[in-house]
Design a binder for this molecule. Structure first.
Ligand code: CA
Length: 231
């Protein structure tokens, strides 16, 4: 089934342009020209992915992101920004965005990123028998895309879930940052692999007992990360 994308952007030309391009790729698209309206639509409609501009009249994209993340941890969020100083904030631990694009951007690339995020969010057609993967104290349910620690469901973003799944399916394997970038985001991310590090940091704050002394997600110096097998 086609994903539902909500685009929140006050500039009509950009909003329409993005809408047309996404619709051409068979997405269902809703639009909002303010953050307030965006939140309202997200609450009413069954939205999968939000393309969210930072600069909005009224509440800005950061505030919208925070509200939506809190209410819908599984929502996919891609932020748009024209200011390079926003990127550190977007990538920060607080907002938990899945991806971002800087303006001006190529709409074809935005569509690719929405598709990549959609792939991360899709539950695979795994049969029920192998849908549960357990590695104490953790457990994932690949069918419902839920993640548990000590049998308590943890709120994870679609991207964090994908990383956890990759790790749990490959315990002990050292992944290079670029490899994670490719496997999770599915394209060469313009910029660097910082987005991987930020997501790992956020994940650690959720899975580790003491994020400053990671027991589960181990840093492999000069390379990347590894899911430590527990025994
Ligand atoms: Ca704007």
């Amino acid at each position: 089934m086609a994903s539902k994308v909500l685009i929140v952007e006050d500039e009509d030309s950009i909003r329409k342009f993005v809408k047309i391009n996404l619709e051409r790729s068979d997405f269902h698209v809703s639009e909002a020209e303010t953050g307030e309206k965006g939140v309202e639509i997200a609450r009413k409609e069954d939205i999968d992915i939000v393309v969210l501009d930072v600069m909005l009249p009224g509440i800005d994209g950061f505030q919208v992101c925070k509200i939506l993340r809190e209410e819908y941890p599984n929502l996919g969020i891609i932020m748009l920004t024209a200011k390079s100083q926003d990127i550190d904030k977007i990538m920060g631990l607080e907002y938990g965005t899945d991806d971002y694009m800087t303006k001006p951007f190529n709409p074809t690339e935005l569509v690719l990123r929405v598709k990549s995020l959609e792939r991360r969010m899709e539950s695979r057609n795994e049969d029920a028998q192998e849908s549960i993967l357990e590695m104490r104290p953790f457990k994932i349910d690949k069918y419902s895309r839920k993640f548990y620690k000590d049998n308590i469901e943890m709120d994870v973003t679609p991207t964090e879930y994908s990383i956890i799944k990759l790790f749990m399916e490959n315990p002990g394997k050292a992944f290079k940052r670029d490899e994670i970038l490719n496997l999770i985001w599915g394209y060469d991310f313009v910029g660097d692999s910082k987005i991987v590090d930020v997501n790992i940091r956020r994940l650690r704050s959720k899975v580790e007992n003491d994020p400053s002394k990671p027991e589960y997600i181990e840093t492999v110096w000069g390379l990347g990360y590894r899911w430590k097998t527990q025994d």
